[in-house]
Design a protein. Sequence first.
Length: 73
Amino acid sequence: MNAIVIERVKVSELPEDWRVRLHVGGNARVTVRIEEEAAATEDAENPLFGMWQDRTELSDVEAYVRKLRAPRF
């Protein structure tokens, strides 16, 4: 993971939205650490992912699929 660390930065030199979150005076000095976030998997972002996780009849998926397909053959 890549990271950038900038030490002893005046709060007044930070972007406005950062300053608002800090709630300290403009002359205060802080250390800023910027890290690359791990990429989220597509499944975690999909609201449908895991929607059937509580269904008890799906504990044995192969048996469930066999039961679904049985009337066809």
